[in-house]
Design a protein around this ligand. Structure first.
Ligand code: 5GP
Length: 258
């Protein structure tokens, strides 16, 4: 994440606090589900996961106590799994249960989606049946632009809009396909099926790496045996907040506690 264009920047919180040796500075950016704070080490920032859950480009919003901590812990674990699998990302360490220290990146205003099974927006956009398996998986790019409904982008669009070079587009495709293999394998050993997920990338000294978060807010995961939905689709489909929290807790138990 960090300070992308869709974030409202604020200098309201000027207090400096010291936690675990890090001095926490200004609020740099405030997103729908995360806050970004400056740290005294300029190459790092603090990501604080909020308890908010949103859908419909932020038009629907609720709070689930404890969701921020669940997502922070799940993201931290999956970023470590990705790093061990050779996918470079911004995770440094946890600061408290809902905050992590990450590398400060210059984020690309892109959402990169990898799909193993057809559901969600692709079955609305294209004549594809729900549940069709994609082999090989499909990678799609979307512009982060709520006002335009996050339109899908081709490689030509990305290059013409100067969002990334052709080489970087290829690099992001390679990285998300690698991440897909690593995550599918890790999750399947825990009885979970990865339907699809979204990554965001940023540059650090010109080099691309995965940023943002990696948790049930931005992935579709199902129980491999029962097909139970264990992600934000529950909220999108109108399930109770208790059901949403219980699904996130189940993912936490299988991914973090095991
Ligand atoms: P779809 O394009 O089918 O709506 O979403 C594909 C995948 O990307 C899903 O796992 C979904 O959770 C994730 N995704 C797409 N757009 C967003 C977004 O704006 N925010 C988050 N957190 N995840 C998204």
């Amino acid at each position: 994440m960090s300070c992308d264009k869709t974030f409202k920047c604020s200098v309201a919180d000027k207090r400096l606090r010291i936690v675990m040796g890090y001095k926490i500075g200004d609020l740099i950016a405030s997103g729908k589900t995360k806050l970004v704070y400056a740290l005294d080490t300029p190459s790092l920032v603090l990501l604080r996961f909020k308890d908010d859950v949103t859908a419909l480009d932020g038009r629907r919003r609720d709070t689930i106590a404890g969701k921020g901590a669940l997502n922070a812990a799940i993201s931290a674990k999956l970023f470590q799994v990705l790093r061990e699998g050779g996918v470079e990302n911004h995770f440094v360490e946890m600061l408290d249960e809902s905050s992590m220290v990450v590398e400060r990146l210059s984020m690309l205003p892109l959402e990169v989606v990898c799909r193993n099974v057809a559901t969600g927006s692709i079955v609305k956009r294209l004549p594809i049946q729900e549940g069709v398996v994609f082999d090989p998986p499909i990678v799609e790019f979307f512009l982060k632009d709520d006002a335009r409904g996050d339109p899908m982008l081709s490689e030509a669009h990305i290059v013409a809009l100067k969002l990334a070079s052709r080489g970087e587009v290829d690099e992001m495709i390679r990285a998300i396909l690698k991440a897909n293999e690593v995550l599918k394998d890790f999750l399947s050993k825990r009885g979970l099926t990865l339907i699809d997920f979204k990554l965001e990338f940023g540059r650090k000294e010109g080099k691309l790496m995965v940023g943002d978060e990696l948790d049930p807010d931005c992935m579709r995961i199902r129980d491999s045996e029962t097909g139970r939905i264990l992600d934000k689709d529950l909220y999108r489909k109108g399930a109770s907040l208790e059901e949403v929290k219980s699904a996130y807790e189940e993912v936490y138990r299988r991914i973090v506690e095991r």
